[in-house]
Write a protein that binds this ligand. Structure first.
Ligand code: UFG
Length: 338
């Protein structure tokens, strides 16, 4: 069975491609390499022992997308191709709406005319905003996200719900919490472009001496140590959730399915806890300074992921420290390539 994976050379996409190949799916990747490099494709092949088909183009080019659907019998899609920098989305909202939503609609148009079902969408816990109660389950009320990036996730969910309802198709919306870590082979991981925005890549570059110190954005939050709390989910565990969600759609007897799952560990960790775990796991030192809060940041978010366990048989398996160890191994691999 052939699955289209858009953004399949990106951070979460590449890990998911490996898991799909391990589970005997055929994979067709479309990725414009805007946030990846070609060696990731070779490394996927090294890990999985199989080479997925790969097309390096922008999904906004509808005629090329049509050619792929003509050439392969696509049975489903996991759609990772999207811009994801929260801050940048505030400066370039139109680019975010265009890239994240036009490409989604282009794929769904092909699904519509060819009668294809089974679509997995990368959503985000950002759709909950600062929830009133922890942990966050799938019935927690949604809030309009502050960033245009977050809005594209919420709009994407709505587009997919309407698509599934109107045309009788199966979709799964996966709300990721904070993905971290790298493949245990150290051949796949997050490729930082410029100065990292996210915590773990920044901590890694600080430990590696690329950055002088970590800026901790605020220690006056109403949490035990004053720093903000998130649910850090290991990227390979997250990749496995996609395969489980896809298998559920494929084997469903229902014509219309709208699945929504939180994908997190169920455990919150503060920024200081992450820094300490990183130092412990890798025997490195991460100098830091406490700074003002970062605008738009929430205090606390962690998942109740029981629904994914109940309905998908999926649950996070990897500890924070283990995930942070793989991150450091990946950093060393990147340095060895220079
Ligand atoms: N942080 C620092 N210093 C840094 C970077 C981050 O202190 O250099 C702190 C942040 O203030 C926050 C925590 O570390 O408290 C995590 O920050 P990240 O930027 O790693 O992650 P966010 O939770 O802000 O954002 C993530 C994803 C978004 C998604 C959002 C949903 O990056 O794509 O979760 O809440 F929308």
């Amino acid at each position: 069975m052939t699955i289209l994976v858009t953004g399949g050379l990106g951070y979460i996409g590449s890990h998911t491609v490996v898991e799909l190949l391990k589970n005997e799916f055929e994979v067709v990747i479309v990725d414009d390499l805007s946030n990846s490099e070609r060696f990731i494709l070779q490394n996927i092949e090294k890990i999985a022992g199989k080479k997925p088909a790969f097309f390096p183009f922008d999904l906004k080019r509808k005629e090329l997308l049509t050619q792929i659907f003509d050439a392969y019998e696509i049975a489903g899609c996991i759609n990772f191709a999207a811009y994801k920098a929260v801050g940048e989305s505030q400066e370039k909202p139109l680019d975010y709406y265009e890239n994240n939503l036009f490409t989604l609609i282009n794929i769904l148009q092909e699904f519509k005319v060819r009668n294809i079902s089974n679509f997995i969408f990368s959503s985000s816990c950002t759709v909950y905003g600062q929830a009133d109660e922890m942990p966050i389950d799938e019935n927690t009320p949604l809030k309009t996200p502050e960033s245009s990036y977050g809005k594209t996730k919420q709009m994407g969910e709505e587009i997919l719900k309407d698509f599934a309802t109107a045309y009788g198709r199966r979709v799964s919306l996966l709300r990721y919490f904070n993905p971290i870590g790298a493949h245990p082979s150290a051949l796949l991981g997050e490729l930082p472009i410029g100065i990292p925005n996210n915590l773990v890549p920044y901590v890694t570059q600080t430990a590696a001496g690329i950055r002088e110190k970590l800026n901790i954005w605020g220690n006056d939050y109403p949490t035990e140590d004053g720093t903000a709390i998130r649910d850090y989910i290991y990227v390979v565990d997250l990749a496995k959730a996609h395969v489980k969600a896809l298998q559920k759609l494929i084997t469903s007897n229902e014509e219309t399915v709208i699945d929504i799952f939180n994908i997190g560990t169920g455990k919150g960790s503060s920024v200081l806890e992450v820094v300490e775990a990183y130092e412990r796991a890798n025997n490195v030192s991460v100098p830091y300074e406490i700074c003002e809060r970062r605008p738009g940041d929430i205090t606390i978010a962690y998942a109740n992921a029981d629904k994914a366990e109940r309905e998908l048989g999926w649950k996070a398996e990897t500890s924070l420290e283990e995930a942070l160890r793989t991150t450091w191994e990946w950093q060393k691999y990147l340095e060895s390539r220079l």
